[in-house]
Design a protein around this ligand. Structure first.
Ligand SMILES: [Zn+2]
Length: 292
């Protein structure tokens, strides 16, 4: 990918960027959105810097330092989100080299700042750091993809269980409101919005469940799912099936944990079966390939 393409990808301009694969292809300009199947692009909470936080220093002398730090954190988060969203939306493809100097130029920050952001992405397994070569958008293997689905099968039923335990009318309203947006996007045949909203459903559920560790895990697993969809999506696959989220919401509304869990596991099966993940275990018959 050339510097111009990288710039275009980060700017959300798809000109010059290869055609995106189905699934996870929605782009968005706002933080708090997600990719296919669940990644919330929320900013990291900056509790120490929250003006409402009583622990926050309030003396005048410390204010400029605080402001500077806040600004620095925001820049860090902004760059992080831009790269993150570009990856989720398949504007930056798995295996793309993320050149520090270019990113520093594009974002108008130091290379050190870019390095910090890349380190954070690497920590989340979204970016791979290769010694002497640099940072690359991760390319999950089929084995990793199978691991991600195994983890999602463990985490997502737990998310629903906790969500149902802590369910309030407000939480249910948020899920339903989200579902309405998804239905509306499908009606308008806005594929990008459908993909984004169907992904957001999963992260919204994790967020509303109220366990930050579960929500964070879900977020990391979801971005890996996005990269996997890019790499392994079967051409016939669609995003989350149209009616499955609404069925899960119905089960949540009835507080029927068993049904909600069962529906979620079936839903994950459908997503996984939309990918071609069997290649790793398949013995390739070289003779058959070259004989004819
Ligand atoms: Zn889904």
């Amino acid at each position: 990918m050339s510097a111009l393409d990288l710039l275009a990808a980060l700017a959300g301009d798809e000109a010059g960027v290869p055609t995106i694969a189905p699934g996870c292809a929605d782009r968005t300009d706002r933080p708090g959105s997600t990719c296919q199947h669940g990644v919330r692009l929320a900013r990291e909470p900056l509790d120490l810097l929250n003006p409402l936080n009583p622990d926050m220093p309030t003396t005048r002398a410390r204010k400029p330092a605080l402001q500077a730090r806040l600004q620095r954190e925001n820049t860090h988060d902004e760059i992080y989100e831009k790269i993150f969203v570009a990856i989720l939306e398949h504007r930056l493809h798995p295996g793309t080299k993320l050149v520090e100097e270019r990113l520093a130029e594009i974002f108008g920050v130091s290379r050190a700042r870019v390095r910090e952001v890349l380190a954070r992405l690497a920590h989340e397994q979204i970016v791979e750091m290769i010694p002497q070569r640099g940072a690359y958008v991760a390319k999950p293997s089929i084995e990793q993809a199978l691991d991600v689905f195994e983890a999602r099968r463990l985490i997502e039923p737990a998310v629903l269980r906790r969500l149902i335990e802590t369910l309030t009318p407000e939480k249910l309203a948020r899920l339903k409101q989200h579902q309405e947006l998804e239905v509306d996007a499908r009606r308008r045949e806005d594929k990008r919005a459908v993909v984004r909203l169907s992904g957001e459903f999963h992260s919204l559920a994790a967020e509303l469940a109220g366990n930050t560790a579960l929500a964070r895990s879900m977020r990391e697993l979801s971005v890996l799912t996005c990269l996997m969809i890019f790499l392994y999506d079967a051409p016939t696959s669609t995003s989350c099936r149209p009616d499955e989220h609404s069925q899960i919401i119905e089960a949540i509304a009835r507080r029927d944990v068993a049904r909600a869990e069962k529906l979620m596991l079936e839903h994950l099966d459908h997503i996984e079966s939309g990918m071609k993940l069997e290649a790793a275990t398949e013995e390739v018959d070289l003779e058959a390939i070259f004989k004819s």
